[in-house]
Design a protein around this ligand. Structure first.
Ligand SMILES: Cc1cc2nc3c(=O)[nH]c(=O)nc-3n(C[C@H](O)[C@H](O)[C@H](O)COP(=O)(O)O)c2cc1C
Length: 270
């Protein structure tokens, strides 16, 4: 997923810290709008915009920059740093611009940033040390969520099943053939057969005969290790509240999860 983040951080570099941590998680290109970038956005699947909140809205230069872009059909997220403890309606003006340019907003993030303007000079600044480690940790969690939401297979369950392979549903999107029932999906057309998912899955839900299949997804605990370790981003776990409940019940009222977890360990002990 090709991602670009445009940011402006002109006061204390607060927003830059957040932009960096989000970019790291998304492996995104990070671009300051102060460099007057001219990028062809058609090459990107996901676009982020971030800046300080100045006078109850995003930095005016970022707003003007976004207003010049064509975001038609693009997935977009936005973020900010600000002085006040509550976000209020600070994101509304930028959100309006993004929507008017055709972008579809899939998430937003904001945290506090150090501010030594106006009355705050009296106490040598407010939000000292922000964004701090906890803020940056939350920004990484946000980026992780965005990564899942923007995954090409995120809407896979809406596609029709065309056949079954060893009881596992097969769906087709364009040229891509995707296997998986309701929770774990694998794009067989982009899978490079490295076998990492088989090795890292603690619940041993994958099998490999001619292709890799998420065979036993009822034991999936949504740890995301398979998806995070897939070099071609071919795996998608459809997280849901219901799935969380299902796993909790399975763990509480049967030993099937423990058995699945231990199955490989017992092989190693032989
Ligand atoms: C000109 C100016 C206006 C600001 N207006 C607001 C505001 O309306 N609300 C708020 O919460 N913080 C406000 N702040 C504080 C900044 O949003 C905060 O310090 C931010 O983290 C700065 O980010 P940066 O270092 O990336 O530029 C303002 C700061 C400046 C310099």
């Amino acid at each position: 997923m090709k991602t670009i983040i445009f940011y402006r951080s002109s006061y204390k570099g607060n927003t830059f810290k957040v932009a960096q941590s989000i970019a790291e998680v998304l492996s995104a290109e990070l671009v300051s709008i102060d460099t007057n970038p001219e990028k062809d956005l058609s090459k990107y699947d996901l676009i982020g915009f971030g800046a300080a909140i100045n006078f109850a809205a995003h930095d005016i230069q970022l707003q003007q920059f976004v207003a010049k872009q064509n975001l038609s059909g693009k997935k977009v997220f936005l973020f900010s740093t600000r002085c006040r403890p509550l976000l209020d309606f600070y994101h509304s003006p930028l959100k309006k611009i993004i929507k008017s340019k055709g972008g579809s907003i899939i998430g937003e993030f904001s945290c506090r940033g150090y501010d030594r303007t106006g009355p705050w000079v009296v106490v040598n600044g407010y939000n000292k040390n922000h964004p701090n480690e906890a803020d940056l940790f939350r920004s990484r969690l946000f980026a992780d969520k965005i990564r899942r939401k923007a995954h090409p297979l995120a809407a896979i369950n809406k596609s029709r099943v065309i056949e079954y392979l060893k009881g596992v549903s097969l769906r087709q999107i364009g040229k891509d053939r995707i296997v998986g029932k309701k929770v774990v999906f694998l794009n067989t057309s982009t899978c490079v057969h490295c076998g990492r998912c088989l090795n890292v899955c603690p619940m041993h839900i994958f099998t490999y005969s001619e292709i890799i299949l998420p065979y036993d997804e009822s034991n999936c605990i949504q740890c995301q290790l398979c998806a995070d370790n897939c070099p071609s981003s071919s795996i998608f776990i459809r997280e849901s509240f219901l799935n969380g409940i299902r796993i909790a019940l399975r763990e509480s009222f049967s030993d099937e999860l423990q058995n699945a977890y231990q199955s490989n360990n017992s092989i190693k002990e032989e």
